[in-house]
Design a protein around this ligand. Sequence first.
Ligand code: CAA
Length: 258
Amino acid sequence: MSDEMILTSVTDRVALITLNRPKALNALNDQLMNELGAALLKFDADDQISCMVITGSEKAFAAGADIGGMANFSFNDVYQGDYITKNWETIRRIRKPVIAAVSGFALGGGCELAMMCDFIIAADNAKFGQPEIKLGILPGAGGTQRLPKAVSKSKAMDMCLTARMMDAQEAERAGLVSRVVPAERLMEEAMGAAKTIAEMSLPIVMMVKESINASYESSLSEGIRFERRMFHAAFATEDQKEGMKAFLEKRPAKFKHQ
Ligand code: CAA
């Protein structure tokens, strides 16, 4: 299926969303973010889908918010109108896992979009950065909040204050990305990871995502309590019965996603 600025396809309970403004290095404008948000919501509501992958082109995952589109904005435009990033929050409402498959540049809003995903698989040519300071602005879609949690305060300060880029190897060492793979194997690896997730029980997958995300918003004691309630809830699913029975019968589990 094709919107103007994204392409989508579905295989094996996995939805692939490709950002499709390659000439502008996938600069993120309102239309692209609206189409992305609508696709994510549609796949999240589809019980035939378990996992989503967002990717860009070989040269750029996304080189940031569209600079041309915001160059002449006033404070009133962006504050009262809540322009530029108001439609970026949709991805936070998605309850199924979303993987970012990053090749090339992931800069500014592109790095922030990758960090909004649940994990990042990077090609060995990936470059991450928050260069907004060179434009006389600062990150506006979570860069100053998610980056220090991902890579430490020191590296986040370094990247946001000097605008330097981090290559894929440094990003993996720092914990920003979960795996680095040769560029030509990026999609195979990302789709493979998504397919592996899609073979698990969907309600349990969603509980894992919700529990890990709870660790960002709560004290350790609250988080542990939340996890325990989710763990107890898992025993209400048919898939828990099937998963444990299959183990005891020494066969692969066949989950029904309920
Ligand atoms: N917005 C709009 N257009 C962009 C863009 C962006 N963020 N990034 C690249 N483009 C466009 C370029 O203008 C160029 O268009 P034309 O061919 O029409 O001139 C095209 O994409 C190709 O880019 P370059 O010729 O610059 O390619 P390059 O290989 O020489 O450089 C780059 C690549 C280093 C990524 C460079 O394009 C660049 O620095 N881009 C801007 C990165 C940036 O500052 N991002 C932060 C944006 S602000 C933001 O994201 C705010 C926020 O937190 C929400």
